[in-house]
Design a protein around this ligand. Sequence first.
Ligand code: C2O
Ligand code: CU
Ligand code: CU
Length: 510
Amino acid sequence: MNDPPPRSVVSRRELLGVGAGSLAAAVLAGCSGSGNGGSANGSPAATAGMPLTQPTVLTSRDGRLDVTLRAEAGTVPYGDGRRFAYTYNGSSPGPTLRVRPGDKLTITLENRLDQPTNLHTHGLHVSPSGDADNVFVMVGPGRSHSYTYEIPADHRSGLNWYHPHHHGLVAPQLAGGLFGAIVVADALDDLPEVVGSTERVLVLSDPTIGDSASVLDAGRMEVMAGREGGAALVNGLLTPAIAAAAGSLERWRVLNASASRYYRLALEGHQLHVMATDGGRLARPVAVDDVLLAPGERVEVLVAPAAAGRHRLRTRGYDRGTPMGGGMMGGGMGGATGGGGSSGRDPQDLATLVVTGTAPAAALPTSLAPPSDLEAGTAGRERSFVLAMGMGGGGMGGMGGAMMSFTINGESFDATRTNVTAQLGTVEDWVLTNTSSMDHPFHLHAWPFQVVERSSGPDDLPGWKDTVNVPANATVRVRVHFADITGRSVYHCHILDHEDQGMMGTIEVS
Ligand code: C2O
Ligand code: CU
Ligand code: CU
């Protein structure tokens, strides 16, 4: 191994796309804004309030999208300076991939990190086998791997995403900056009301990146709780500004790409009209005051600005519990970003919607998609999954004993074992019970589900999901449809430190 990696092969499409994201970001990096008071250790200030930019968009043509993603260490614009991070093609978030149902997507992943990595397309209803969305593939340092994804012609539209999935290194690689959006756009995206809106992707992250050439290591306590960075960013920016005219319609596709942080999203003076969840559109928009986004979850909202002024897009804060049930230890990995060291428990500003002019609110679409029939269906069988954290297990020793164990049905992840076998075309109820004192967002690859009932937590939206929050000491029942796809894949907690510590199982559908 360790052949010198091939020189960067930048496709024409990437060259064309580069202007929008990177150039704008570079220009912005050079302008000094008002700043937020700088950080403790003399690092560049994290300048707030710059205009929200979009990651570079790479769009399929004639049914194909071929991209190269280089996973590499580098620096990203941050405020009026730059920060070390892991990047795809030099940026974090990586490029947004925009495809249509029926497309063939190929991604060549070049690993220029000093550690193994790989790629997962979270939310895509595609094969988990071979060179498709196979998380058991490992791409060593200096190596590359070509993934091919056949997106079914009836794939639901919506926001999905890509990120590394090499067991044991998932949390540090995501928290270091490796993630990007995948939009599946379909014919209903041509709905006049929707097309008349300004569509934006909002990738939420709280990277644990440092001033020096490193991604911060998490301590034992941070691993147990799930690491959080010092500041919450939108598309890599600190509290960016979103400019809109009164009477217009904004359409935001929001992704929680944080390794562990939860967001309870709310927009001052506005309701959020939810039009889609993880797995695609709702039958009609649902108006809410706020929406909880656990790690891995997505939501698509319409916003109708009417009043001139500045309206803060915020997280209201969410208490996701603690490993031992006591008080939380420390904040986030505070010094990391100079952002103040708060955690997702605390309310925090994420962006500002700056509305100019006055005009009546734009009309919202009333119907988005034919209602799904799965809810009416009945499950052929029921399975139970107990998500648990216990003392003992890991070998990190030290203070007061061993590392906690993170298990599903008493077992830690073992790639060679198959925990669940299911039959293609069947419907199952999965009863997810969390016996621990902190929340776990449960995620199943490849086969989407709907939430049937829960013992606690905010009401669920009536849509398809691939990630669902299971609150501390609570039970959630989901209905899984094993449609279309066979193969072996995984389900796990999307607090990625918990996944890395073993809270993951394997499933084979045949
Ligand atoms: Cu977003 Cu198995 O992961
Ligand atoms: Cu996934
Ligand atoms: Cu967890």
